[in-house]
Design a protein around this ligand. Structure first.
Ligand code: SF4
Length: 362
């Protein structure tokens, strides 16, 4: 098994108590198990971020949130303000509470909460890497397309399956939390090197894979922006794409006016259930609301004025370019310098330090 050579021991995933020092200041990542969050808490985070850092809250590819461009070092008062949102229930486990869940399935939140509570209760599990990922899926299994380490898929009230690295075994829902955490403990006890961060770093004979068999895993694609009516739901749901994964203060205000709770997805979108709000309201608020939106293929680093390594306003230029971008344009990532922060993994065009919108268009 080959582990990438750029790893040396423990990973450096940021949290609140161990922020990352980025070129635009301190960056804090806050875990949201299952992605659920009250709009009141989101509003509080938006306030804190706009007072002390960049005027947006960033969505990550694991359904977590980031505040950035914060003072370095963080002041004790700022740490207390963020702690007061209730998003840091455990100092020791803050960076390992990475749990994604299918956003529409209303049977999953109790399972996510039980997994989170049991995870926090075990001191051994604080040793997981910040890159470790739990997934909790329903029949659709949208999150099973993500690079999880250990997953549970609930197939009915009485049946489900435990999945580890593409293999699985039948598992009843009432046994799911214990089974997932057992595999995580097996991983920790079975690895012989701290640079093993994920189950895929272990050899196939590792106890973490014991008693598993290959299984067909049919992950539904991520939900596209627009209005949805999930199976069995009493009310429809909106999926709102968040351009560049940067949720502005105005957008947070809009969400707070129409819903008490939102779900942050791993696909840089927000799911919310609300009565009669029209899609046009969200579109006017700057969300992507159509399945074929230019934002599906556009991304950018934070750029100027927040990052000191550039004077290119990447967000401003990319937002202006989105208006003229043809549908089905190639995946494009816009950055302010050669560091190319946030560069996507797949094939893409990289546009470095553009001066005009035209340079971003294909
Ligand atoms: S790529 Fe963007 S965010 Fe990263 S250092 Fe360069 S300008 Fe800053």
């Amino acid at each position: 098994m080959t582990v990438p050579t750029d790893r040396s021991g423990a990973d450096r995933c940021p949290g609140l108590l161990r922020p990352h020092l980025a070129d635009d200041g301190a960056l804090v990542r806050l875990r949201l198990p299952g992605g659920r969050l009250s709009t009141a808490t989101l509003h509080r985070l938006g306030d804190i971020s706009s007072q002390h850092g960049a005027p947006f809250v960033q969505l990550t590819s694991r359904g977590n949130l980031q505040l950035r461009s914060l003072p370095n070092p963080l002041t004790p008062q700022l740490i207390s303000q963020i702690e007061a949102t209730g998003l840091l229930p455990s100092a020791s486990h803050e960076r390992v509470r990475n749990i994604i869940a299918d956003p529409f399935d209303e049977t999953l939140p109790p399972l996510v909460a039980a997994l989170d509570a049991a995870l926090i209760a075990d001191p051994l599990l604080a040793g997981l890497s910040g890159r470790w990922l739990f997934a909790v899926a329903g029949r659709e299994g949208q999150v099973l397309g993500e690079p999880y380490d250990v997953a549970f898929q609930r197939l009915s009230e009485t049946s489900g399956r435990l999945l580890v690295g593409g293999m699985g075994v039948d598992c009843a829902p009432e046994d799911a939390v214990a089974a997932m955490l057992d595999r995580a403990r097996c991983f920790l006890l079975g690895r012989d090197d701290e640079s093993h961060w994920n189950v895929r770093d272990l050899p196939p004979e590792s106890p973490a894979f014991a008693a598993l068999a290959p299984m067909d895993i049919d992950a539904a694609p991520p939900p596209t922006p627009g209005r949805h009516m999930p199976d069995g739901a009493r009310h429809g749901a909106f999926v709102l794409g968040v351009p560049l994964g940067m949720l502005t203060i105005e957008q947070i205000d809009l969400l707070g006016r129409v819903a008490d709770e939102v779900v942050v997805t791993p696909w840089r979108s927000i799911v919310l259930r609300t009565g009669d709000t029209g899609l046009d309201v969200f579109e006017a608020g700057g969300f992507a609301v159509a399945a074929h939106s230019p934002w599906a293929t556009l991304s950018a680093c934070v750029g100027a004025p927040w990052c000191r390594r550039t004077d290119t306003p990447t967000v401003e230029l990319t937002t202006a370019a989105a208006v003229s971008l043809p549908i089905d344009s190639p995946r494009t990532h816009v950055v302010g310098c050669e560091r190319a922060c946030g560069r996507p993994a797949g094939e893409h065009r990289l546009v470095i330090a553009p001066r005009t919108v035209q340079e971003i268009l294909p």
